[in-house]
Design a protein around this ligand. Structure first.
Ligand SMILES: C[S@@+](CC[C@H](N)C(=O)[O-])C[C@H]1O[C@@H](n2cnc3c(N)ncnc32)[C@H](O)[C@@H]1O
Length: 176
């Protein structure tokens, strides 16, 4: 991947917090990121506006770009800077048919008890096929059942210390 941009797939754009943080990181690290988010149920504008992530994170200078992210039409490509390219697709992850074109997946679906179908073999198999060799999937969920399903889909799964308030998270690598 040296010298090339990072192709990143997010499952669940939601309020765009991950996308905004990824953009901020792309600027800080001077890494080029092409961010593709799946979101079949866009969050209402009044909700993301009231949350105002750029202000809460102290990065008001990214607010106009954040508004473009949240207002993007499906499939529209938005170049937010030399380092960050964004598009959102309205399709559910179950319809994903990508083959070896992503380096990184943020699996940020609602919890398995809420949407078990998004933590299934079928979905992890699709995400495995969507990743390039050596590609990585990360998720906040560290449940044993989820780990086992990911392993059955072909991933090498590791537990990592979670972010504040979360003991563990998972990193799944496509090693084969
Ligand atoms: C936990 S939230 C994501 C939070 C988001 N990443 C953020 O930074 O705010 C889960 C999201 O998954 C979306 N979702 C629900 N079903 C989905 C599906 N079948 N495929 C992809 N995303 C889905 C929901 O609409 C919701 O916005």
């Amino acid at each position: 991947m040296a010298g090339r941009h990072i192709d990143l797939l997010e499952v669940g754009l939601g309020t765009g917090l991950n996308a905004l943080l990824a953009w901020q990181e792309a600027e800080t690290s001077c890494k080029e990121v092409h961010y593709c988010a799946l979101e079949p149920f866009p969050v209402p504008e009044r909700l993301w506006r009231s949350m105002d992530h750029p202000r809460a994170l102290g990065i008001r200078e990214l607010a106009p770009g954040y508004q473009r992210i949240m207002g993007a039409r499906t499939g529209e490509e938005i170049q937010l800077s030399g380092h960050f390219n964004f598009r959102v697709l309205a399709q559910p992850v179950q319809d994903l048919c990508a083959g070896e074109c992503f380096d990184l997946v943020f699996h940020d679906a609602f919890a398995p008890r809420v949407q078990p179908e998004l933590w299934s073999m079928e979905v992890f198999g699709k995400l495995f096929r969507a990743l390039r060799h050596g590609g990585v999937l990360v998720t906040y969920c560290a449940q044993g059942e989820v780990r086992r399903t990911m392993a059955k889909a072909g991933f090498r799964v590791e537990r990592l210390p979670g972010p504040p308030g979360k003991r563990e998270m998972l990193r799944a690598v496509k090693v084969q």
